[in-house]
Design a protein around this ligand. Sequence first.
Ligand code: LMR
Length: 394
Amino acid sequence: MLQDLTPQPKDKILMLMEMFKEDPREQKVDLGVGVYKNAQGVTPVMRAIKTAEEHLWETETTKTYTGLAGDPAFTGGMRDLVLDGVVPADRVAAAATPGGTGAVHQAFDLVRMASPEARIWVSDPTWPNHLSILKHLDIPFSAYRYFDNETRAVDFEGMLADLKTVNAGDVVLLHGCCHNPTGANLTLPQWKEVAQILNERGAIPMIDIAYQGFGDGIEADAAGTRHIVSTCPEAMIAASCSKNFGIYRERTGVLMAIQPDASKTATAQGTLNHLNRQNFSFPPDHGARLVSMILADDALKADWMAELEEMRKSMLANREALAAELRRLTGSDRFGFIAQHRGMFSRIGATPEQVVEMREKHGIYMVGDSRMNIAGLNDESIRVLAKAIADVGV
Ligand code: LMR
């Protein structure tokens, strides 16, 4: 039996990580996987996380199981961080999951359970693992237009036209902020139009929010999500703590299922618990506990927010410096979109051949669709990258 297994396609982002490690050149630049790095190229443990870990080490007296949905202090803390009370808490069922990916997986599984014929609509393009998990779970999906390859901005007209064709009961997956892989995002008025169409069509929004605080700030980045849940009767939200708390390997995320009225919440909660039990039983607790400690303590929370803001500003500074260097080198403003994009990524619009050329000639590693991780840059690599982009003729 096991000998009949066939090779699975490798994840393109993770494959790039391996290639980068194996490249012996000293002058190489990793703009692949979405991990924040400071100017020294280090992914730091955030100060508030270290403080919470020390405190936890001193005070934790047991490692026995938590609940199937994780600790309510974590799920409640994350609900408030993302939703800020725009819907009553008694309409929100929530369960901790292994990372944001775990939350996405559980959300898809929930859709399959609630409505096996529902189609899930994803942006074109979207995070490749969305597609991979949908295929793995054998869930039907379609793409709606999202990114205009010419302007490198949101193709909002195309998006609306496609969303007007979704069927009642279909699920529309939206990126809450910091769109991955493009970096092009909806404005709040655009979110409002999207919410209106979803309601007209009877479609259910699912929001993947993995970068809250990396775009325009912790509140601004949740504004679209908050508008959706306050105007649509039902919604699902998959939120990740990997990036904004910098706890990637701790696998900390949460899935929220928002019901039209509180009488339905207990059944949704029971279903989330059931799905956790079937897929992995209890969710990981360490990262979730650190997050809940930070969110419950004013001083720790203020320190976490201050450091997150430093990270956000450093990514913004990288964007502006790269756009300026490209303006200087090319004598045109056609890369101005890099400073307009938000979050960790920008898709710069290079062809797959140009991406390979930048890797082979200049040691620059970006995903094949020309998504680059802005946080992987510093003053020196900005110059190297700008030269490479101009050199290969993007
Ligand atoms: C990414 O898109 O690079 C991140 O979300 C990491 C991952 O798991 O792919």
